[in-house]
Ligand binder design. Structure first.
Ligand SMILES: Nc1ncnc2c1ncn2[C@@H]1O[C@H](COP(=O)(O)OP(=O)(O)O)[C@@H](O)[C@H]1O
Ligand SMILES: [Mg+2]
Length: 242
């Protein structure tokens, strides 16, 4: 098992956000984590990455069998865990090119950058400053491709992004999977997830992973919504729960 989250409970500023969450990602596997806004998906992603404000009060995070729960974020990154941020921050004074040169260690990435929609000129801009939603996400994905992580967590790479960018992002994910990277895709839309044919879908609701299943679960979510998945309450006439 590449990444194993065992009964993780996460606190943010004295508030329990994620409760007893367990999930697994294997090599070359795409796993999807879905859930409505505010259900704790980003909190779980930050906890996996080791964000200091997100305190693990119970459970553990195993990477290739090693307990990494207490490691600082940069150590996790060095081991091969990569997070594509939901909201990539603007960083003034850091040129895109500087960061990409640093990540790629002198490999030529101009073709790849171009494929992801970045001209040579755009690489001289400050990181994410004035970038559109789609550009920010594509830039995160470019960094991910250059890093070649063992496991990549993508936090809503499809939100605020046009359809062409979604396709570019999906292709990039497929490329990584071919090289055996394990993918944890966080999203609340089913479009990108369907396009990638994940092997497993987890649903988070109010901080808990309430169910786990196959692609079929996404059909249910599209038909009935998350409320129904968790509580079995649905106003649709032909609900799957009936
Ligand atoms: N730093 C924080 N301080 C206080 N509350 C937070 C913080 N981060 C997240 N939360 C709260 O935790 C809940 C889950 O948030 P989040 O993990 O961002 O959910 P999701 O990614 O599923 O939309 C929300 O109610 C949010 O307001
Ligand atoms: Mg989120």
């Amino acid at each position: 098992m590449l990444l194993k989250i065992e009964n993780l409970t996460v606190k943010v500023q004295d508030k329990l956000i994620v409760k007893d969450a367990s999930l697994n990602v294997s090599r070359g596997e795409i796993v999807v984590l879905m859930g409505p806004n505010g259900s704790g998906k980003t909190t779980l992603a930050y906890a996996i990455m080791g964000h200091p404000r997100y305190q693990v009060v119970k459970g553990r995070i195993l990477f290739k069998g090693e307990d990494i729960t207490a490691l600082p974020p940069h150590e996790r990154a060095k081991k091969g865990i990569f997070l594509v941020f939901q909201n990539p921050p603007e960083i003034y004074g850091v040129k895109v090119k500087y960061l990409l040169d640093f990540i790629s260690v002198n490999r030529d990435y101009s073709d790849l950058a171009e494929k992801l929609g970045f001209s040579a000129e755009s690489l001289h801009r400050d990181l994410n400053v004035g970038f559109s939603g789609g550009e920010r996400k594509r830039l995160e994905v470019l960094q991910m491709l250059l890093t070649k992580p063992a496991v990549a967590i993508l936090d809503e790479p499809d939100s605020g992004v046009d359809i062409d960018s979604v396709k570019i992002i999906a292709d990039a994910i497929r490329e990584l999977v071919k090289e055996d990277t394990g993918i944890l895709l966080i999203t609340h839309y089913t479009k990108l997830a369907r396009y990638l044919s994940p092997s497993r879908v987890y649903v988070m609701f109010k901080g808990r992973i309430v169910t786990e299943g196959s692609i079929d679960l996404m059909n249910k979510i599209d038909r009935c919504g998350y409320q129904c998945i968790d509580l079995g309450k649905c106003s649709l006439e032909r609900c799957f729960n009936e």
